[in-house]
Design a protein around this ligand. Structure first.
Ligand code: 5GP
Ligand code: MN
Length: 346
C-alpha cells in the first residue's frame, strides 16, 4: 500500500491540520497490511520504553509479521525478566530496509539513538506513538496523547480497540510500562482510565505481586551504594524548594555502576517535604551532562526549563543532555530551577 494514501505527506506534518491524531483504525490498518517492521524507542530506555517496544513486538509477531525490536542500549539487565525480552537487540552495523518503522515513547527522532537511526535503510511508513507534549510529531502516522500517563496505556487502547493480539505476555509488558511511568499509579497523570486498564490487564492473567517485586524489589546492591554516595552530595537551594545531587563519572566508575542503576534515585529528592523541583546531574563520557528533573507543582514546569537546554519531556518530569562540566551545567540549571520556584506565589 502506498503510505501517502493513508497519511499526510511528510512536508505537511507540521501544518495545523496535521495536529489531528491518526486514528487507531488507521494505525491498525497499516500494521495489518505490511510485512516487515522495526519497533524503536528512546535511548536510556525506561519501563515504558522497553515494555511498549516488547508488547508491540509480540503483537506483530502474533500477526505473523517479520519484526525487529531495536534499542540503542539493547535490553537492560533490570528488564530482562520481561516475557519476550529476547526480542530486543542492539541495532546491527549494516542498515536494513523495512515497510514500517514504529517509534514509541520518544519525544524527538534524535532520541531514538544514532546507531539505531543509522541502521534504518528505507521505510515506507513511519508511525510515531507517544505521550510527550513536546513531541514535534515526526512521522507519517502520528498519535500523541499527552493525557496518557504512559505510552503503554495508548498501546493498550490501540490493541484492545482494534482487536489486535493482547495475551498475558503482552499484558505483562504493558503493565510494566504503565506502572513504571505512573510511579506505581501515584503520579498526578494517573487517571481513572489508567486504573480501568490496569484492571483489564490483571484479567489477562498477570501476577501483579510477582511483577512488582521484579520491578521494584530486585535492585542490585550497587544501586543502593550509589544512593549512599549521592545522598552525601545532596544540595538544597531556594529555601529547600530545590533539591539536587550530582554524579561525577569517576565516582560512577569507582562504584562500578552502570547507567540503568541511577534511574529513579531522583525520587528520593522529590519525596522530601517542601521540595518542589528535584534535579539530578550525571556526568557522561562525551563531555555532556545528563540532566534529569522532576517537579511537584505544574507551575514549576521542568519541561520548559529543559527545553531551554535543548531537552524536553513533561511538565513534571523532563530531561536534557547539556554540553559542559558537571558543576557548570548544575549551576546553570539550578539557577533556572530557583527562578521557577520563586515565580510561584502561593
Ligand atoms: P528522565 O529524567 O527519566 O531521564 O526523563 C524524564 C522525561 O524527560 C522522560 O519523559 C524523557 O522522555 C524526557 N527526557 C529526558 N531526557 C531528555 C532529553 O535529552 N531530551 C528530551 N527531548 N526529552 C528528554
Ligand atoms: Mn513514557
Amino acid at each position: 500500500m502506498n503510505a501517502t494514501t493513508i497519511a499526510p505527506a511528510a512536508d505537511t506534518i507540521a501544518s495545523p491540520a496535521s495536529l489531528t491524531n491518526s486514528t487507531f483504525a488507521e494505525i491498525a490498518q497499516v500494521l495489518r497490511r505490511h510485512d516487515s517492521f522495526v519497533v524503536l524507542s528512546h535511548v536510556r530506555p525506561d519501563g515504558d520504553a522497553l515494555g511498549s517496544q516488547i508488547a508491540i513486538g509480540l503483537a506483530l509477531q502474533q500477526l505473523g509479521k517479520r519484526v525487529k525490536v531495536w534499542n540503542e542500549e539493547g535490553l537492560l539487565e533490570k528488564f530482562s525478566f520481561l516475557p519476550g525480552g529476547e526480542l530486543v537487540s542492539l541495532p546491527p552495523n549494516d542498515s536494513e530496509d523495512f515497510d514500517v518503522v514504529l517509534a514509541l515513547d520518544t519525544a524527538t527522532r534524535q532520541r531514538l539513538g544514532d546507531n539505531v537511526l543509522a541502521a534504518i535503510g528505507s521505510a515506507k511508513v513511519w508511525i510515531n506513538i507517544d505521550h510527550h507534549p513536546s513531541n514535534p510529531r515526526y512521522g507519517d502516522l502520528v498519535h500523541i496523547d499527552s493525557i496518557a500517563p504512559a505510552t503503554g496505556q495508548i498501546l493498550f487502547e490501540l490493541l484492545r480497540s482494534q482487536d489486535l493480539p493482547l495475551d498475558e505476555a503482552i499484558a505483562e509488558n504493558l503493565f510494566a510500562a504503565i506502572s513504571t511511568d505512573t510511579g506505581s499509579f501515584q503520579y498526578p497523570n494517573t487517571t481513572a482510565r489508567t486504573f480501568e486498564i490496569a484492571a483489564d490487564i490483571l484479567r489477562c492473567g498477570i501476577d501483579v505481586g510477582r511483577l512488582s517485586q521484579q520491578l521494584y524489589e530486585s535492585y542490585p546492591r550497587r544501586r543502593i551504594e550509589l544512593l549512599r554516595v549521592l545522598l552525601d552530595r545532596m544540595r538544597f537551594d531556594a529555601d529547600g524548594k530545590v533539591a539536587s545531587f550530582s554524579l561525577p563519572l569517576a565516582t560512577a566508575n569507582e562504584l562500578g555502576v552502570i547507567p540503568e542503576d541511577n534511574e529513579g534515585l531522583i525520587d528520593h529528592l522529590r519525596a522530601i517535604e517542601g521540595v518542589i523541583i528535584a534535579a539530578f546531574f550525571e556526568e557522561l563520557e562525551d563531555g555532556k551532562v545528563r540532566v534529569s528533573m522532576r517537579s511537584k507543582d505544574e507551575r514549576a514546569d521542568v519541561c520548559e526549563i529543559c527545553f531551554r537546554f535543548k531537552g524536553g519531556g513533561h511538565k513534571l518530569a523532563a530531561g536534557a543532555r547539556v554540553l559542559g562540566t558537571l558543576d557548570e551545567v548544575a549551576e546553570r540549571v539550578l539557577e533556572a530551577a530557583v527562578e521557577a520556584v520563586k515565580a510561584i506565589n502561593d
